[in-house]
Design a protein around this ligand. Structure first.
Ligand SMILES: NC(=O)c1ccc[n+]([C@@H]2O[C@H](COP(=O)([O-])OP(=O)(O)OC[C@H]3O[C@@H](n4cnc5c(N)ncnc54)[C@H](O)[C@@H]3O)[C@@H](O)[C@H]2O)c1
Length: 477
């Protein structure tokens, strides 16, 4: 019988993976777990992937990735599946029993309404792992989690259920996922070093040998779980706060009739300045959760974090404010009850199918109450969404649009929209006064000039003569 991976030498560890003798289970095959499973497979491991999503399970068992927008993932998943190097199951205990390295990528959501963190998926996986944990196994938590989770929740359950001890019998690391959905495999393999944190030196040693086979940029080792947990959250909080700042600065530019983008580019030529782009709000599963985890932790510590709290609040308000400003502008010139609005994009950002906490949904839900009809087109969203107002009409193809729209809003920056905007197709769907509002700055100067030549009035977030941040005096004169 082979020795458990926790007790291997560095050289044996490397061989175990590259010679195809390492059995890995991945709990959660979502935007993060599926690329992880594929990356480990391609590095040489045999993988058992666990999903609780029935629809995804059916597709995966046919060799089809549920995330077709990521072409590399789609291709490589198919290859792994056809080579029988990845097995798909919904049975966590089967996966737990039949693997040496157990990777966890399930969500730990923060519920804004109740201000509570839902650990149930992680606890479920931990209980399953604890029941069958063997001497020499290693567990690797890759979900983003509130600080302290690896030790206080995962390790506690593992030790209680298995009666084994960290460092003596098994290994444990926290290794956050830093990928950008849509280009996950490239990020994992080429773009950033892998962060690995653990209070157990041997766990760090083994996992760094493994991840050095996958990540070209190598690994960064941290000496505690909590430091690695915070590292991931700080990346997200930095972006959340800076997006709030970018939106404030864009508002100033709009009111002063100055191009924010022009100023931003020039400012960012200085190495200490990293101004972000403005938009319609911040969504996705990550950034809102991360700031909320940190705000909750600060409360526990009796610390005030006004910068993070205000950034979060401003970002939450933004899609509603953008909707209000649009309606106010339209009301100043048209009868609202006669207006049709076409919205491009529902996902939380471009080139993904992920609609979790999407600001575009808040925006649509707000404007749909005020006008005759709102049509929504998103190449990645073909079905009604639970949290989208039923009055909003999703069109699968733009050719389905029953009537022309007076207003077109761009709420997500999908690559496809850039092409659409430079074609005549969109203009043909509009009728006077042909108002185009670009919240995501996808329209460049050339496209703007072309659209204006067709008689459209084009407003771009953060650009001169716009009303997006609130009514502009230049427009109301
Ligand atoms: N999506 C991102 O861009 C991103 C980036 C970095 C980190 N993360 C973090 O990665 C984690 C996963 O995010 P995601 O976007 O992949 O989520 P997801 O919702 O796309 O996928 C979650 C997966 O977990 C499975 N699952 C749920 N409960 C389970 C259980 N009890 N047992 C086994 N499997 C279960 C689901 O079936 C699904 O396959 C989160 O902590 C997230 O914050 C996400």
């Amino acid at each position: 019988m082979e020795e458990g991976i926790f007790f291997l030498s560095k050289e044996e560890t490397k061989k175990k993976l590259t010679e195809g003798r390492l059995n890995v289970s991945v709990f959660g095959l979502g935007y993060v777990g599926l690329p992880l499973a594929v990356a480990w497979c391609k590095a040489g491991a045999k993988v058992i992937g666990v999903t609780k999503n029935k629809e995804h399970e059916e597709l995966l068992k046919k060799g089809i990735s549920p995330f077709p927008e990521d072409l590399e993932l789609k291709k490589e998943y198919k290859e792994c599946y056809e080579a029988e190097k990845i097995e798909i199951t919904s049975d966590s205990s089967y996966a737990a029993k039949n693997s040496d390295l157990k990777i966890i990528a399930v969500p730990v959501p923060y519920d804004i309404a109740t201000s509570t963190i839902n650990y149930s998926a992680l606890e479920d996986v931990a209980n399953n792992l604890g029941k069958s944990l063997k001497n020499g196994d290693i567990v690797d938590l890759e979900s983003s989690v509130p600080p302290g989770t690896t030790e206080k929740i995962l390790l506690k359950i593992l030790e209680e259920k298995s009666k084994l001890k960290l460092s003596r019998n098994f290994g444990l690391v926290y290794s956050p996922e830093r990928i950008y959905v849509g280009r996950a495999l490239k990020d994992l393999r080429e773009n950033y070093p892998k962060i690995i944190g653990s209070s157990c030196k041997k766990s760090l040693e083994i996992m760094s040998v493994f991840y050095e086979q996958i990540s070209k940029k190598g690994v960064i080792l941290l000496n505690s779980f909590i430091a690695a947990e915070l590292e991931k959250l700080f990346e997200g909080v930095y972006r959340d706060v800076n997006i709030a700042l970018a939106n404030e600065l864009a508002n100033i530019c709009e009111k002063m009739n100055i191009s924010y983008e022009e100023v931003r580019k020039a400012a960012n030529s200085q190495p200490y300045c990293h101004l972000h782009q403005p938009g319609i709000g911040v969504g996705g599963f990550c950034l809102p959760n991360y700031s909320n985890y940190i705000i909750a932790k600060a409360k526990e510590l009796n610390l005030e974090v006004p910068v993070i709290e205000n950034g979060r609040k401003e970002n939450e308000k933004l899609p509603f404010l953008m909707a209000k400003n649009l309606i106010m502008y339209l009301r100043s010139m048209l009868e609202l009850e006669n207006i049709n609005i076409l919205v491009l994009g529902l996902t939380f950002r471009g080139n993904t199918s992920d609609t979790r906490y999407s600001p575009a949904i808040d925006f649509v839900n707000t404007i749909v109450e005020k006008v005759k009809a709102v049509y929504v087109y998103d190449p990645f969203v073909k079905r009604p969404l639970e949290n989208l107002d039923k009055k909003a009409k999703i069109v699968e193809n733009l050719s389905e649009l029953k009537e022309k729209a007076e207003v077109l809003c761009i709420a997500t920056d999908h690559e496809e929209f850039k092409k659409l905007l430079s074609s005549n197709e969109l203009i043909d769907l509009l009728k006077d006064p042909k108002i185009i509002v670009d919240f995501k700055v996808v329209i460049n100067n050339e496209t703007k000039a072309k659209l204006e030549a067709f008689g459209a009035k084009v407003f771009i977030r953060g650009e001169p003569v716009s009303f997006i941040s609130g009514l502009n005096s230049n427009l109301t004169k």
